[in-house]
Design a protein around this ligand. Structure first.
Ligand code: SF4
Length: 270
């Protein structure tokens, strides 16, 4: 059976609650398009979310959804996958949900290599609650809680997942929609923990404080998040302010459930 991307969306809930110029809707559509491309029946998909602007994403899906508490989307996803291994479990999180309040769950889900796909909308701040700085806000960037500049180093979300043990790690931006769909397709297909980090604009808070116009944050990502080969070739002194995009890890370590079943002399595929 073939599916349209709209088969995965709760179109009655649209238009979304997100601000004009926000990248969240672009990511939701890419995930729906990836599921349609893979022809996964909607009733075989579970979307989990936590709290935050992107934590509202479950409202717009017509698959199974689970809206939980802040930073715990991966904890719920882990339980759902452990109890229902045949389902495709996708955790949609912002940077606050995924690696700030949810940081501990993030590194341990990657370490366990749970067969879950995480899509992290990284807009460099807590959007929903007023633009406070998160663990991905760049050093010295301006936020509502650091009006003179963030005094902390930022996490590199993709590097964190790769180091912690995820099987598949990739980064793109909300501008590069074709690449995003391709990466989400690959991430869903990969057994084990997979991450697609999407750099995405929050014009209302981070964009307003750090860029000139409503669209500048999107254009900044377009010009500064570079194909990783191009990024690698840049002299070290020119890399500040730039990030690589593409696939950083693609490996085939056994996922948690396979390992668990093997240790306990269970059928590895059930
Ligand atoms: Fe998007 Fe930022 Fe508005 Fe939230 S506050 S909906 S992240 S633009």
């Amino acid at each position: 059976m073939t599916y349209e991307y709209t088969d995965y969306l709760n179109t009655q809930a649209l238009p979304s609650m997100w601000c004009a110029g926000c990248g969240n809707g672009i990511i939701v559509r890419s995930v729906a398009e990836a599921l349609a491309h893979l022809e996964i029946p909607p009733h075989k998909v579970v979307i989990t979310t936590g709290i935050g602007c992107f934590g509202k994403a479950d409202d717009y899906f017509a698959t199974h959804t689970f809206h939980g508490s802040h930073g715990r989307a991966l904890a719920f996803a882990t339980g759902i996958k452990a109890g229902n291994p045949d389902l495709h479990v996708i955790a949609l999180m912002g940077d606050g949900d995924a690696v700030t309040i949810g940081g501990n769950h993030f590194i341990h889900t990657a370490r366990r290599n749970m067969d879950i796909t995480a899509v992290v909308a990284n807009n460099l701040n807590y959007g929903m609650t007023g633009g406070q700085y998160s663990a991905t806000s760049p050093l010295q960037s301006l936020t509502s809680t650091a009006p003179r500049g963030v005094p902390e180093q930022a996490f590199d979300v993709a590097a964190l997942a790769e180091t912690a043990g995820a099987n598949y790690v990739a980064r793109t931006t909300a501008y590069h929609v074709m690449q995003m769909k391709k990466l989400v397709i690959a991430a869903i297909q990969k057994p084990g923990f997979s991450l697609v980090e999407v750099m995405t604009p929050c014009p209302t808070h981070f964009g307003r404080r750090n860029y000139k116009g409503q669209h500048d944050m999107m254009l900044y990502f377009k010009d500064h998040v570079l194909p990783w080969k191009r990024y690698e070739q840049m002299p070290l002194e020119e890399k500040a302010g730039y990030m690589p995009r593409g696939v950083f890890a693609d490996r085939d370590k056994p996922d948690f459930l396979k390992t668990y079943r093997k240790i306990n002399n269970m059928d590895p595929d059930r």
